[in-house]
Design a protein around this ligand. Structure first.
Ligand SMILES: C[S@@+](CC[C@H](N)C(=O)[O-])C[C@H]1O[C@@H](n2cnc3c(N)ncnc32)[C@H](O)[C@@H]1O
Length: 335
């Protein structure tokens, strides 16, 4: 925290010190009769920066006007090139023509992203076992700046009754859980260290909520895991989990089997987006992404949902279509 806000924190501290010193009075200070509070003491430090002043300065100085005009034109020009490259990538991908912007490897061969595509499904648990204790520190800033917190809040509004969170990770959705709406809650994750973090957070935040269970297990085995208890749920939800499963289709199929009539499956996932140029980039980086984060970020989530046979009650896409929000129900509920 200090490392990030060190400079501005220090300048804020100095400012606050100045302000306090100028406004502070001794405890036994007696206002002399007939005198207003000393203007000198009450004066606040003047702000050294003002946007309107800056604009006035620029406007009145032809040299500064020229610098501003050149900077704005450069910005416009560079964003134009970036936009053109982006759209060309998409066009070449769509038409199948040779793409002059495609990267070449060290031997001059064109790297064909289409050949890389999605990597083979595999058990990602060891990656998360390793990441568990640093996971939150690694992603909190990205989640704030990319509004993931808002999407998590949206997801959690649907959670009610007997709830099951699949791939709960470190419990990042707990912040938005309304315990008054749930009668029981089950957390499942294949990684014990990740599950332990959820358990610790839950104990801290909802100490009096007793109807909770933490299960280490794979989403692909969900049906077997509940075979003895015959447990069913009103809400089955998952965030950023399908990308980490060895077999996301089977995982979703299991969720479908465990949801009660009238219940809902709510998903917040990430995968291939609307733009081919973006997808190509994700394809290229798929292997390193999987190695570092354990997930396959270029999965076609829309197809997985379509193949599940679940009825889409609500679908929202964010971030150029790379983030998927789904409210799903079992088709017979419609009749
Ligand atoms: C990207 S993290 C997401 C964690 C959490 N849902 C969130 O939104 O922050 C993926 C999680 O899926 C878990 N996971 C991976 N494969 C799994 C599987 N087959 N069954 C259940 N959980 C799995 C990992 O241990 C990890 O906690």
């Amino acid at each position: 925290m200090f490392r990030i806000f060190g400079r501005s924190g220090a300048s804020f501290a100095v400012r606050f010190g100045q302000f306090w010193a100028l406004n502070a009075r001794p405890r036994n200070f007696v206002q002399p009769r007939g005198f207003a509070t000393s203007q000198m003491l009450r004066q606040k430090p003047k702000s050294s920066f003002s946007v309107s002043q800056l604009l006035k300065d620029i406007n009145s100085d032809p040299k500064k006007r020229k610098i501003l005009a050149i900077s704005l034109f450069t910005l416009y020009f560079l964003s134009g090139i970036a936009g053109f490259r982006y759209l060309s990538d998409t066009k070449y991908k769509a038409t199948g023509d040779e793409n002059p912007y495609k990267k070449v490897d060290s031997e001059g061969n064109i790297i064909d992203a289409a050949e890389i595509k999605v990597i083979e499904g595999h058990d990602t648990t060891p990656v998360y076992n390793r990441l568990a204790r640093e996971y939150d520190d690694k992603i909190w800033l990205e989640e704030i700046t990319s509004y993931i917190w808002y999407m998590r809040r949206k997801l959690m509004k649907y959670v009610k009754g007997d709830a099951l969170e699949v791939s709960c990770g470190t419990g990042r959705n707990l912040k938005y859980l309304n315990p008054k709406k749930v009668s029981s809650i089950t957390f499942l994750d294949s990684s014990l260290p990740m599950l332990e973090v959820t358990q610790e957070k839950f104990a801290q935040k909802f100490a009096n909520f007793e109807n909770v269970q933490f299960v280490q297990g794979r989403a692909e085995n969900l049906v077997d895991l509940t075979a003895k208890s015959h447990q069913k749920f009103d809400t089955v939800y998952e965030s950023f989990g399908l990308c980490s499963h060895e077999d996301p289709n089977k995982a979703l199929d299991n969720m479908k089997k465990l949801v009660r009539p009238g219940g809902r499956i709510v998903l917040l996932e990430h995968g291939r987006g609307y733009f081919e140029s973006m997808n190509e980039r994700m394809d290229r980086q798929a292997a390193s992404r999987a190695e570092e984060w354990g997930c396959r970020w270029n999965l076609d989530i829309g197809k997985i949902v379509a193949d599940s046979g679940l009825e889409v009650e609500k679908e929202t896409r964010f971030h150029f279509g790379t983030i998927f929000f789904y409210v799903l129900k079992v088709p017979k509920d419609l009749k």
